[in-house]
Design a protein around this ligand. Structure first.
Ligand code: ADE
Length: 264
């Protein structure tokens, strides 16, 4: 049987939405009245919920709680291992990494403002000054471009850079300027690398909890703004999931296809 199509390209019928923190993820689970969570893999604390939303089977996943430290399993390592296990369990039409990020006032960033990952996914704290290896360390994974989705959601896109720390060194701040990074996080580039290996389209959506180029320490801003920025993220993601639930194709998200005209 052939796949259902919209304007001749396949409709997106299965979507993974992967979060690092429960605080970022809980709103969507509530909004779409998702059922009980189940383990993703016996060797991981990651938890999965599923729900049909219109045309789309939504796979909602969090990395789970670190059994040694009792906190959400944030960071590159958990992001990559969870992504690999998720992709082997559910081959989605598109993989969304949703979460919070550090933003940059100097590039229009503000608390609660959201971005789609655009241009490239980078790593800012991997330093390997060996021929060829420095380029690999910085990742620079090309981002897919979803201009129609940017218009639909009314948000901008730009480079996302991932690393293993909440704060930033002077060298990293220089890197963010050079690369015109709009979102600093701890997951997206690791997941982009895994989805690239699997050949699965990837999209990152990030909401700012703290301004990296502000004198107040990131962790203080983050703690104060996590709940409100997660609520903004939930609203935006709900709109995105609702839109996908109407039955849209990847090419439509990318803005390649136009709406059918009255006479077609
Ligand atoms: N997530 C939210 N804020 C962040 C920051 N400043 N750095 C990395 N990840 C973040």
């Amino acid at each position: 049987m052939s796949e259902p199509t919209s304007h001749s390209s396949p409709i997106i019928h299965r979507v993974i939405v992967h979060f690092a923190m429960e605080a970022e993820a809980a709103g969507i689970a509530r909004r779409f009245v998702m059922g009980a969570e189940s383990p993703l893999h016996p060797a991981l604390p990651a938890r999965v919920r599923t729900q049909q939303v219109g045309a789309v089977e939504l796979i909602h996943c969090t990395n789970g709680i670190d059994s040694q430290h009792g906190v959400d399993r944030i960071g590159l390592e958990s992001a990559a291992t969870t992504a690999w296990a998720l992709l082997s369990a559910y081959k989605p039409c598109i993989y969304i990494n949703a979460g919070t990020c550090g933003g940059f006032a100097g590039r229009g960033g503000a608390i609660g403002r959201s971005y789609l990952g655009g241009r490239a996914f980078l790593m800012h704290d991997h330093r390997v000054p060996l021929p060829g290896f420095q380029a690999q360390a910085e990742a620079r994974i090309p981002a897919e471009h979803y201009p129609a989705l940017e218009r639909q959601l009314g948000i901008d896109s730009g480079p996302v850079s991932s690393g293993s720390s909440l704060d930033a060194t002077p060298q990293e701040l220089e890197f963010f300027e050079q690369e015109q990074v709009v979102a600093k996080d701890m997951e997206a580039t690791a997941i982009a690398s895994v989805t690239r290996d699997w050949g699965v389209p990837f999209l990152a959506i990030k909401t700012v909890t703290d301004l990296v180029d502000h004198p107040e320490p990131s962790h203080e801003q983050f703690l104060r703004n996590l709940a409100s920025s997660s609520a903004h993220l939930t609203d935006l993601l709900s709109e995105l999931i609702g839109f996908l639930g109407q039955g849209v194709s990847l090419t439509r998200l990318r803005g390649v296809e136009t709406e059918p005209s009255a006479d077609s």
